[in-house]
Design a protein around this ligand. Structure first.
Ligand code: MSP
Length: 658
């Protein structure tokens, strides 16, 4: 059977980190399991490169977008390699093979009347790359609970996609296909959302050039989500590539809960409009949260560097931890302490210890030779039955995209096997001459359990099978394991030379690193939501920002000389032939003033319009590039970060700042 799995394509506006690693590791585990079953798996991941926020981040770093993303994309690829991820393809949306398909689909949707030209007037959240209507905003800010950042007012000629036309068809589809959106909580959420009514979606932008051009109207670029979703078929060579014919529809699109909406509404409607089959499942998992409760993310600074984590604990242990902690329909908690705790208790104590004690006893009592077992007794039959039951349950968990549930089942075998050793006490059996046969059965059975665990755990911790193969001389070709072997019993060949080897998962102690946690993921990119800028045209972005020293003391009278006023930005435009200057028209108590500000490298003109910012109103006017600048806009800066200061409630232009 073919089996097509995808992850979201990641925005390369910040390096990968432990929060964004989960989906890809879960997808990899699923694919490995499916390959063990003999399925013809196709596994796709990639990067979503045509987003406006990428341009902003690159600008803030004074790099071209292409230069910037090429570096970050490499980091993504390195991270997947470090986590032993076995994707078959990595698609980048700046590749021609993708762009061609997006243009073709845009053209088709336009030709058949599903896309039409109109004018968009509304709000846009650049960090989320999402359009919002006024009524959806939360106190004027982005309503996404994890965002809450400033939105920008857009008014531009745009193309629209007729989502509303397909609303009923989509609802019928979802109702008739209970497996389409999973888990059930997300399905219910989506049904409510769609039943609330779909509005046509703005699918093009004209205020910047970065992106895929609308083929018949090149001043427009395609909205990044329409572009991004198409990756799932462009990578397969839609519409007539061999891979498309073989693998589409996807068996599952895996993703975090925040982006289910795009995959459960926009994506199926694109496919309905193209008369292409819909994916079998859209699965939204929870987020990894920090102990303090916030989402693990770069912008919050709570995401640890995954390369360092892998160096400390090994890729298998980190994978195990992530896969074990995320329960279906819930968020997971991530902390290095939890990771160490799980590693020590589950991997070192339970699993690793079972393997070492078994193999040490074979070495000690049987000179390292796997004995020929005597007849199974009731307890061995019980263990065999348990293994079969676990096999069936693990299969169900994989069907339900629940790796944590599968691990919980597998640990029933780990616990039972440990208990078996305690109950049968081989160290006593060795002392009793008439128990020699029994001892052989016990040692053999324990080694069979190791073999079963080698197979059960292979999808989760891909390094484990080869390590175990080296000890029990079985399944040496660790990349071609057969899932059906988990249902077999007494597979190992007696007489095999066993090796005790090193312990699979040595205990770790955070004090090994003097209690120092792994450092935060290196922030190659400032958070695109916090627009970054610098005030003066001449100021360069320092490599390692230091806080500026305090200036000398001034008197109240000195301070009172400053006349600071709230002003409203009415117009904003770039000053021609400069990279850094914006010309702003601001309103102050009915008076209009022109101010030239060195923030163009970081703020788009349109995101300033409507903002209430602070002006030094009594600064002597200066001429910059031939323009008389009547005052200075205040901003706070640190290193490459800079934010224009403002007020956000009711104060009118002209209000005094004291
Ligand atoms: N580019 C879009 C996806 C387009 S797919 C056609 C995007 N990219 S993203 O880089 O912002 O996020 C990618 C995925 O990472 C999302 O599924 C998101 O839920 C996931 N995660 C980001 N932080 C996460 C955690 N802390 N925990 C779990 N998943 C997290 O959205």
């Amino acid at each position: 059977m073919k089996y097509y799995v995808t992850t979201p394509i990641f925005y390369p506006n910040s390096s990968p980190h432990i929060g964004t690693a989960y989906t890809t590791i879960a997808a990899d585990a699923l694919c490995r399991y499916r390959r063990m079953r003999g399925d013809e798996v196709y596994f796709l991941t990639g990067t979503d490169e045509n987003a406006q926020k990428i341009v902003r981040t690159a600008e803030a770093l004074q790099q071209s977008p292409k230069e910037y993303i090429d570096e970050v994309v490499e980091k993504f690829k390195e991270q997947w390699e470090a986590f032993a991820v076995t994707h078959d393809d990595f698609i980048r949306t700046t590749e021609e093979r993708h762009q061609k398909v997006v243009q073709r689909i845009f053209q088709q949707l336009f030709d058949q009347g599903d896309i039409y030209k109109s004018e968009y007037e509304g709000w846009y959240c650049t960090p989320c790359e999402t359009f919002w209507t006024e009524s959806k905003l939360a106190e004027g800010k982005c309503p996404n609970p994890d965002c809450g950042r400033e939105v920008e007012l857009l008014k531009e000629e745009s193309y629209f996609f007729r989502l509303s036309k397909y609303q009923e068809e989509l609802l019928t589809y979802i109702r008739e296909h209970p497996e389409f959106i999973q888990p059930i909580s997300r399905r219910n959420e989506m049904l409510r959302f769609i039943e609330g009514g779909l509005e046509d979606l703005c699918v093009s932008r004209t205020t910047f050039q970065w992106g895929i051009q609308v083929p018949f109207d090149p001043k427009h670029v395609v909205y990044v989500w329409l572009d991004a979703l198409i990756n799932y078929i462009s990578a397969l060579g839609y519409p007539d590539g061999e891979k498309y014919k073989k693998y589409w529809p996807a068996d599952v699109h895996l993703m975090g809960k925040d982006i289910v909406r795009f995959h459960a509404v926009i994506w199926p409607i694109i496919l309905l409009a193209l008369k292409a089959p819909l994916p079998r499942v859209v699965y939204g998992h929870g987020w990894f949260m920090s102990k303090e409760g916030g989402k693990i993310s770069k912008s919050r600074g709570n995401a640890q560097n995954s390369f360092e984590l892998i160096d400390r604990y090994g890729s298998d242990a980190v994978r195990y931890f992530l896969l074990r902690e995320m329960l279906p329909g819930a968020d997971g908690t991530y902390s290095e302490d939890n990771l160490v705790e799980r590693l020590n208790s589950d991997l070192a104590n339970d699993f690793g210890n079972f393997v070492s004690r078994t193999l040490a006893m074979i070495e000690k009592y049987r000179a390292g030779i796997l004995p020929e077992p005597g007849p199974d007794t009731e307890v061995e039959r019980e263990i065999q039955a348990l293994a079969l039951e676990i096999k069936a349950k693990v299969e169900q968990c994989w069907e339900a995209f629940d790796p944590a549930g599968a691990l919980e089942q597998i640990w029933r075998l780990v616990s039972r096997a440990n208990k078996y050793v305690d109950e049968t006490a081989p160290w006593d059996l060795i002392k009793q001459k008439d128990q020699a046969e029994r001892l052989k059965t016990v040692l053999y059975t324990c080694t069979e359990c190791i073999r079963l665990l080698q197979l059960f755990l292979a999808p989760f911790m891909p390094g484990v099978p080869a390590k175990i193969a080296a000890l029990i001389q079985h399944n040496a070709d660790a990349d071609h394991l057969d899932w059906e072997d988990t249902g077999r019993w007494r597979v190992l060949t007696p007489g095999t030379q066993i090796r005790k080897g090193e312990s699979l998962f040595p205990r770790v102690d955070l004090s090994q690193w003097e209690g120092e946690p792994v450092t935060a993921a290196e922030n190659t990119a400032p958070d695109a939501g916090a627009a970054v800028a610098e005030l003066s045209e001449a100021a360069a972005i320092p490599e390692t920002p230091e806080f500026e020293p305090l200036k000398e003391e001034i008197s109240m009278d000195d301070f009172a000389k400053l006349d600071l006023r709230v002003v409203k930005v009415i117009r904003a435009e770039k000053v021609e032939k400069t990279d850094k200057l914006l010309k702003l028209e601001v309103e102050m108590a009915g008076e209009l003033r022109t101010v030239v500000s060195g923030i163009a490298g970081h703020y788009q003109p349109e995101e300033l319009i409507g903002k209430a910012v602070i002006l030094v109103a009594n600064l002597k006017p200066v001429k910059l590039r031939g323009i008389q600048s009547q005052g200075m806009i205040l901003a706070a800066s640190h290193g490459s970060l800079l934010e224009v200061l403002g007020v956000d409630k009711e104060l009118p232009g002209g209000a005094r700042v004291k």
